[in-house]
Design a protein around this ligand. Structure first.
Ligand SMILES: [Zn+2]
Length: 309
């Protein structure tokens, strides 16, 4: 079952070692960008923790099947209540952790966006991490583990999910979607190699920000200032959407910067560097002025003026 996860050889070896040693860790952190497969990996680790087969996770038994369909009674998933994980929810998680599993040998709690736990909440969580019940496994999913306290991190096995190489990503998507090679390669190009986002693009469910960022980069390659402006004007009245667009654009630009380094880039290195600098400056400005009326069209015009001068 581990081999169904694309790329990330080291992570798969770590999980194999956890199973074969018989000493399964009480807590994992899975960090990585959205669409990189963090949730799929969390299910695979859960199956590894619960499956009774000697080659766990076998992927064939009833336990593995229930886990992969999110239907196992000993697996609980928690999400932040709005923008943060409230301390009351963390206390509830802590108290529930001491209740015995219903049918499996272990119990798994998956905490989504756990970097949205503030410091008091993390300290409350730390209490159960310090002395977890024997049967308990926590899987903390986040974008960046640096958002967690060192004391929390030191008690977890951290797994950093990376986008696999292009061929492996393309093979995986072809297997899952049956789409043709050209479509898959284009989607991967527009998602900077991120499998989840590429599959959203192919199914027509991609977020506006992902599509607009890919279009913006294409406009920049063609030196088409009008098209570039149009991409950003899509977020004229949507500041949150615009910041999501900037995040996606930064990921694409970073990928482009890597290509520049290997001389395969289609945008000049100085333009890519300028773009990254502008994104950083704008993100900083938007963070500094949270809640204040900043005009997206004005920002867009300023960015294009510098990029296309
Ligand atoms: Zn199994």
């Amino acid at each position: 079952m581990l081999d169904t996860f694309a790329g990330n050889k080291e992570i798969k070896e770590t999980i194999e070692a956890c199973v074969s040693s018989g000493r399964f860790p009480h807590a994992f952190i899975i960090e990585g960008e959205k669409g990189s497969g963090r949730h799929t990996l969390a299910r695979i680790i859960t199956a590894a923790a619960l499956c009774e087969d000697e080659k766990a996770p076998c992927g064939r038994c009833r336990i593995c099947d229930l886990v992969m369909r999110d239907g196992h009674s000993d697996v609980l998933t928690y999400r932040p209540d709005g923008a943060t994980f409230k301390i009351d929810s963390v206390r509830e998680i802590r108290d529930n952790a001491f209740v015995m599993p219903i049918e499996a040998k272990r119990k798994v709690n998956i905490l989504i966006d756990c970097d949205k736990m503030n410091e008091p909440a993390q300290n409350a969580f730390l209490k159960v991490l310090e002395e977890p019940p024997e049967f308990m496994v926590f899987i903390l999913i986040c974008q960046n583990a640096q958002g967690l306290l060192t004391t929390v991190r030191s008690r977890c096995v951290t797994l950093s999910v990376k986008n696999p190489d292009r061929t492996e990503a393309a093979d995986y998507i072809a297997l899952k979607t049956g789409r043709n090679e050209a479509d898959i390669n284009e989607a991967l190009e527009n998602s900077h190699g991120n499998i989840g986002k590429a599959m959203d693009i192919l199914s027509g469910e991609a977020a506006e920000a992902v599509l607009a960022a890919a279009e913006f980069l294409r406009a920049l390659k063609k030196r088409d200032r009008f098209e570039a402006l149009k991409c950003m004007y899509r977020f004229e009245k949507d500041r949150l959407g615009f910041t999501a667009f900037l995040t996606e654009l930064r990921l694409l630009a970073q990928r482009e910067a890597q290509k520049c380094a290997t001389k395969k880039g289609s945008v000049s290195p100085s333009t890519v560097a300028k773009l990254l600098e502008l994104i950083e400056r704008t993100e900083l400005e938007y963070r500094r002025h949270i809640g204040q009326p900043l005009s997206v069209p004005l920002t867009a015009a300023a960015i294009c003026a510098e990029l296309f001068s």
